[in-house]
Design a binder for this molecule. Structure first.
Ligand code: ADP
Length: 448
């Protein structure tokens, strides 16, 4: 049966739910449709944290940072392909969005690092809890408290429109019923297409045969259903691989492991790159090693620091040993090579300088048993390109005009990350722009 509402939101991931919460708080009626039988999409898998500058938590810890520095790092990490206007919004509103999330119940006071950043600004979940599940707990409670209607197992198959104005969505539910949800505004928050091998290889043939870290529903439906509205796409060929994914089982090992002190070595037991380089650079370096894989090596201190890392141990993903020698034997890599590498690396940590690769932070010596290792390789992770939006998250068509009543936020959009996304910037993206979409759509609805 057809339904009607003020705003219909497609996708119940972090972007869609941020929009839903913000719009509901503005006093308008929202319906969220989600094709999966559960909420969270790829947001459920987000591990590292949320980048923000300059927060009171950074200040308390004496970390020097600013939105301008965050802007520069994000542009540089994205090879300057990013839309600077969007990056200004991302970085400028990052700190206040941390406080907005805390008002909803999140705890984001712990800080770590990911690759490609010149200051520690990755705000983590409590006790190093993975950020995605933490925020999804917070969002789920808000959905209940605010009485937001989320229709699960309900897939958007078309966007309704009249005279180049979005007027709702057509959906299929799991019982095979098709109906319309009429609305005054539509927000697209369907995530990326990293699980759609056909689309991925169409845009980037060299990723043929790669694994993916994406949830199976990340198929890029929005690219199809917005086609008839002549929606413009940006950077669509920019597809990121995450450098440290366990081959075959596609389990992602968070960048936080390297941020906390892990090194990367090849089969000779040798380091080959600044482990905290950006994802594209580290991915490329791994693929040029013998066997096209590498090994993360770290000690008990790193495991004790972060609950996300403990989980990998509990899940049996890590090879554990009582000495570096034993670890190398178990990993079947060069024993002398690894021993020498670890000794040299520990000297670098003591001197706070890495003359070989100029690693940007050297948090810990690798000295405390047990020692751990895990084999990793790059896998498809994030689609940087997508629907073109302006600063207000309004969707832009190929003639450069906005499509009235149509908004988009999150991984489905392009322009924020340019040619390479910095770890920890996805959560900032989906919450900052999800909120913007919710706020602006609500204001437009109220002014009608
Ligand atoms: P973001 O990080 O941008 O919020 P996520 O991957 O976390 O992206 O969330 C996107 C959500 O949208 C996922 O839960 C996904 O299943 C859902 N989704 C994707 N396509 C559709 C569709 N056609 N109809 C309804 N939901 C969809």
């Amino acid at each position: 049966e057809d339904a009607s509402t003020d705003i219909v939101i497609i996708g119940a991931g972090g972007a869609g739910l941020s929009a839903a919460i913000e719009a509901t708080n503005q006093g308008v009626k929202v319906i969220v449709v989600e094709k999966n039988g559960f909420m969270g999409g790829n947001t459920n898998y987000a591990t590292a944290g949320m980048n923000a500058a300059y927060t009171k938590y950074q200040e308390e810890k004496g970390i020097k940072d600013s939105p301008e520095l965050f802007f520069e790092d994000t542009m540089k990490g994205g090879h300057e392909k990013n839309n600077p206007e969007l990056v200004k919004v991302l970085t400028g509103e990052s700190a206040e969005t941390i406080y907005w999330l805390e008002d909803l119940g999140a705890k984001l006071s712990e800080i770590g690092a990911t690759g490609g950043q010149s200051a520690d600004r990755t705000h983590k979940g409590p006790e190093g809890m993975a950020i995605g599940p933490h925020l999804m707990d917070v969002f789920t409670k808000q959905v209940e408290n605010l009485g937001i209607e989320v229709r699960l197992n309900t897939k958007a198959v078309d966007i309704l429109s009249e005279d180049n104005k979005a007027t709702g969505v057509k959906v299929d539910n799991k019982d095979g019923n098709t109906y319309n949800i009429n609305a005054k505004a539509v927000i697209i928050a369907t995530g990326g297409f990293g699980a759609n091998a056909e689309l991925v290889t169409k845009y980037k043939p060299e990723l043929e045969g790669f694994g993916t870290t994406n949830q199976p529903g990340a198929t890029g439906d929005a690219l199809v259903i917005t086609e008839k509205l002549d929606v413009d796409l940006v950077d669509i060929k920019e597809i990121q691989t995450h450098p440290t994914v366990v081959p075959k089982i596609n389990e992602l090992i968070t960048e936080g492991v390297r941020g906390d002190g892990a090194i990367l070595v090849n089969r000779e037991g040798k380091r080959f790159i600044d482990e905290l380089e950006t994802r594209d650079t580290v991915s490329k370096a791994i693929l040029s090693q013998d066997g096209k894989t590498a090994f993360l090596v770290f000690d008990q201190q790193v495991v004790d620091k972060t609950s996300a890392i403990k989980k990998y141990k509990d899940a049996g993903l890590l090879t554990e040993a009582s000495s570096i020698k034993e670890l190398a034997e178990k990993l079947k890599i060069d024993v002398n090579g690894l021993e020498e590498t670890v000794n040299t690396y520990n000297e670098y940590v003591k001197k706070k300088e890495d003359p070989e690769f100029d690693r940007r932070t050297l948090p810990l010596e690798i000295t405390k048993a047990s020692f751990y290792g895990v084999e990793v390789a790059p896998a498809i992770h994030h689609t940087m390109g997508g629907i073109k939006i302006n600063n207000n998250t309004e969707v832009i068509n190929k003639s450069g005009n906005i499509i009235e009543g149509l908004y988009a936020a999150g991984e489905v959009t392009g322009g924020v990350h340019g040619g390479n996304r910095i770890g920890g910037n996805a959560i900032t993206d989906i919450t900052v722009f999800g909120r913007t979409a919710g706020k602006n759509a609500a204001t437009a609805v109220k002014n009608k």
